[in-house]
Design a protein around this ligand. Structure first.
Ligand code: SF4
Length: 226
């Protein structure tokens, strides 16, 4: 950390840690009062498709692809009868297009067969859908159904939770385990959205803009910038 960076005192006691966490949450609420998922969608199925496409891809890129995609395949049945080659071409620019196309087609078939075309609204059922790991399942449950099943841990949430010392883990499943212990369940959905927005604005992977960060006074990240 550069010498000119102010390093706040680390909290030591349980009370100090709780007070710092409360402060972090209050600041996030103040800066990001009404943030939500940035992926374009108009129903739970579209959100599931968009979230599968967002793996290793930016939301901006996915949002360039999905309006045309959902116009070409308006219903889940249309995806179920698509060929991986044709769908792969349509989602090519999101990367890993072969796997994504196969997963989306398999997801559509499974949802039609097992769930009468309705997206299931439990984490256990969603985890059986091809292409839906914990992150995808939490996104769909949180954003489409308002169900706080866990904390969405993407690259922004991982990085910022580590920088804010809310976890020392690097594996997303373990980070989520730490965050659900730390945060009240009523905060699980919103917290992820807030960190994702903070990660796109101030707390970027490279050269975070710490000088103007609202969390600066309580952040003691090793890679803080002046
Ligand atoms: S931008 Fe800097 S000060 Fe703000 S949370 Fe990230 S590392 Fe900490």
């Amino acid at each position: 950390m550069p010498a000119s960076v102010t390093t706040p005192k680390r909290p030591r006691t349980k009370l100090e840690k709780q007070a710092r966490l409360d402060q972090i949450l209050a600041i996030l609420d103040q800066v990001f009062p009404n943030v939500t998922c940035a992926l374009y969608h108009s129903n739970p199925w579209e959100l599931l498709v968009a979230t599968i496409l967002s793996a290793q891809c930016t939301d901006e890129r996915v949002n360039m692809v999905t309006p045309g995609l959902f116009a070409k395949y308006p219903a889940i049945e249309d995806f179920a009868v698509a060929t991986p080659e044709a769908l792969g071409k349509d989602v090519y620019s999101t990367g890993f297009y072969n796997n994504k196309a196969k997963n989306i087609i398999a997801a559509a078939k499974r949802i039609l067969k097992e769930y009468k075309g309705q997206i299931p609204n439990t984490i256990e059922a969603l985890l059986t859908i091809p292409g839906a790991a914990r992150k995808t399942a939490n996104v769909v449950l949180g954003t489409a159904f308002g169900i706080a099943s866990g904390v969405v841990v993407d690259t922004h949430v991982s990085r910022i939770s580590q920088r804010l010392d809310l976890t020392r883990e690097t594996d997303p499943v373990k980070i989520e385990r730490d965050l659900v212990k730390l945060l009240p369940q009523s905060r699980w959905i919103q917290f992820s959205h807030q960190l994702i927005h903070h990660g796109r604005g101030h707390c970027t992977a490279r050269s975070p803009k710490c000088h103007s960060c609202p969390l600066n006074s309580i952040c003691y990240a090793k890679d803080k910038n002046a």
